[in-house]
Design a protein around this ligand. Structure first.
Ligand SMILES: *Cc1c(COP(=O)(O)O)cnc(C)c1O
Length: 424
């Protein structure tokens, strides 16, 4: 029996890891322990290759690249949507790769927010990512309402949301609900199935922001009857900086006119008829707006292959093992240094990252970077550490905690100021 808090034990877990071969698919830097895959996933060799392939198709085909070559650009958003549909548990025509997270949220809210009679408010939460809240507020403004029409469910401890409190806030004046699947700070998973059922029992449409769950945990959006969802592709999906986002619309809403239309909302056969009356696509493709960002979609062609080969269930299972191991090591090695573990510890609610709080968090993160551990800092006192199933090893987790312990023992962080960087 090997003692669990040793490098030898981490190595043993790595030997037994079914996904260990995928680490070689990524560009990793020697000595560097990358724990920031929930902000920007690492570049895979496949993603790199498909970008080069796309560039070659432009060079070779010019305008005919829209319909010729291995990945005709005109159908790329649909074909990538199909490839991504398994990750969210949707039918292939319910997902389209398009836009950015925030633009997709604007699109979906302008489509599904239909204030009527007493039902005029939007329900969200107080812990969501700021961009979502900004978008919801401006959507309300466009309909002539002020911020008081945005109801944000509070958190008791500042880290977690209580699903019962959210359900209690689903009152008769709510027209639409937008919530995260996994909270970006604490990593709490919300029970999307339960919340969707509760919303529908009250006649309210509901959508989820999957930025922190896509590629980390499985979803069953279709079976849960979620109305809509949207997500970015540069975090756990490893699509690269600014890679094209995606959205899901349940098939029961096919035929609903897009709130923000453009010629790429069209049925593809009719798009080039150039009529001034839009004939929207009969599927999620109707929620596209303009010409797709083909160069920024290219890495996804390669990046998604890895998810197909590994399988999201195996990814989730390794991810849970990695975070459980990290929690165990943190509790054992760092107990004297004032860290508080603020992510849910139980598996049902624990997303893909660990969230620690410490009063010196900003400068501890700077010291970690100096020691080649890449975390991210969240104001005022949060440290996120994401051990990612496809490329992080158990030894990475071990190294991360050891280097953090060293920083605390030697007070290395004291040489930095406790302020955040411009991008943290
Ligand atoms: C990362 C993230 C975003 C980012 O939105 P962009 O439009 O891609 O910049 C939005 N919402 C959540 C919850 C996120 O985690």
């Amino acid at each position: 029996m090997v003692e669990t808090h040793t490098k030898a034990y981490a190595a043993k877990l790595d030997t037994a890891d079914e996904l260990k071969a995928f680490r070689n698919e990524f560009h990793l830097k020697n000595e560097c322990v990358y724990m920031d895959g929930n902000s920007l996933g690492l570049m895979s060799k496949r993603a790199e290759q498909t970008v080069y392939d796309l560039m070659a198709s432009w060079k070779e085909h010019a305008i005919d690249g829209w319909t010729d070559g291995n990945q005709p650009w005109y159908y790329l958003s649909e074909s990538l949507g199909e490839k991504m549909s398994g990750l969210v548990g949707a039918k292939k025509e319910e997902v389209i790769v398009t836009g950015s997270t925030t633009v997709n949220l604007h699109q979906l809210v302008s489509t599904f927010y239909e204030p009527e009679g007493k039902r005029t408010k939007i329900l969200a939460d107080s812990l969501n990512f700021p961009s979502d809240i900004y978008a919801l507020k401006t959507q309300l403004k466009l309909q002539g309402y002020d911020d008081s029409h945005l109801i944000q469910v509070d958190s008791e401890d500042g880290h977690m949301l209580d699903e019962e409190a959210i359900i209690n806030a689903m009152t008769e004046d709510i027209a639409l609900i937008v919530l995260p699947s996994v909270l970006y700070r604490s990593g709490q998973i919300l029970d999307m199935e339960k919340l969707t059922r509760a919303a529908h029992e009250r006649g309210i449409k509901i959508g989820f922001d999957l930025c922190h769950s896509i590629g980390a945990i499985p979803h069953q959006l279709h079976d849960w009857e979620v109305d809509f969802a949207f997500w970015c592709t540069y975090k756990h999906l490893n699509g690269g900086p600014g890679s094209v986002a995606a959205l899901y619309v349940n098939e029961k809403h096919f035929g609903t006119a897009p709130g923000l239309a453009g010629w790429f909302s069209s049925n593809k056969e009719q798009q080039f008829d150039m009529e001034h009356t839009l004939t929207p696509a009969e599927h999620a493709g109707a929620f596209q707006i303009g010409t797709p960002h083909v160069l920024s979609a290219a890495p996804l062609i390669g990046a998604l292959e890895l998810f197909h080969e590994a399988g999201i269930e195996k990814i989730r299972s390794k991810s849970l093992q990695l975070t459980a191991y990290m929690i165990e090591l943190i509790e054992h090695e760092l107990k004297d240094f004032g860290f508080v573990i603020c992510n849910p510890v139980n598996e049902k609610q624990r997303g893909g990252h660990i969230y620690l709080e410490h009063p010196e968090a900003a400068r501890i993160c700077k010291a970690l970077k100096m020691k080649q551990v890449i975390p991210d800092f969240r104001k005022p006192s949060g440290i996120r550490l994401a051990p990612v199933a496809l490329y992080n090893s158990f030894e990475d987790v071990y190294e991360c905690v050891q280097r953090l312990k060293q920083i605390m023992e030697d007070k290395v962080y004291e040489q930095f100021s406790n302020e955040r960087e411009v991008v943290s």
